[in-house]
Design a protein around this ligand. Structure first.
Ligand SMILES: [Cu+2]
Length: 190
């Protein structure tokens, strides 16, 4: 009986530690990229990143929520996603601030990192943006032959880089999180 209790405790601890909180800087620069994939039990925390009025309002899907329109830099709206499914949401003030939260039953941390690194525009011209749900430590760019042709430090969850020096072609961008998680995305220079 004691052994079983102990096991249940370990399981409970493990499940708890797998749950994470992700912070989204919520302002007009988000554009259409407030889109993430998380696991059941994870929390999304939207933080007003400028002094304009914003809302976090569901429009369709699994969950229904509305922060109402709030004003004030640093204002927070937090939600725990406990059901698998997809929920679309928007800011009721700025029609370009939209996103979707996909909630999976279970997801390993490596997969969660990989699925939440977005690079755009792709194909790119002179600038490339990397958006990540995790804080980025840095990035590296490799050409088709595996030669490293660019690298730099990450800038939190939103990193913007100048890629004007790259010739037209196919490249691979390797992103590394502060925790050491890595993922590689194919990028194309026009
Ligand atoms: Cu807004």
């Amino acid at each position: 009986m004691k052994k079983i209790t102990f096991l249940v405790l370990i399981m409970a601890t493990w499940i708890t530690s797998a749950q994470e909180t992700f912070t989204v800087d919520w302002d007009q620069s988000v554009g259409g990229d407030g889109t993430f994939t998380i696991a059941v039990g994870d929390t999304v925390l939207w933080v007003w990143a400028n002094g304009n009025p914003h809302s976090v309002t569901s429009t369709s899907g699994t969950e229904t929520f509305d922060s109402t329109v709030l004003t004030g830099m640093g204002t927070e709206f937090e939600l725990i996603f406990n059901a698998p499914g997809v929920t679309n949401y928007q800011c009721n003030v700025h029609s370009n601030m939209v996103g979707a939260i996909t909630v999976e039953q279970t997801m390993g941390v490596d997969e969660k990192f990989a699925r939440n690194v977005q690079v755009y525009p792709n194909p790119m011209e002179n600038e490339l943006s990397i958006m990540s749900l995790y804080q980025l430590e840095g990035y590296e760019i490799f050409d088709m032959n595996g030669k490293k042709v660019g690298w730099g430090a990450g800038d939190g969850t939103y990193t913007s880089l100048n890629v004007s020096y790259l010739k037209a072609g196919v490249y691979f961008l390797k992103a590394t999180s502060v925790e050491g998680l890595q993922t590689t995305k194919k990028i194309i220079k026009k």
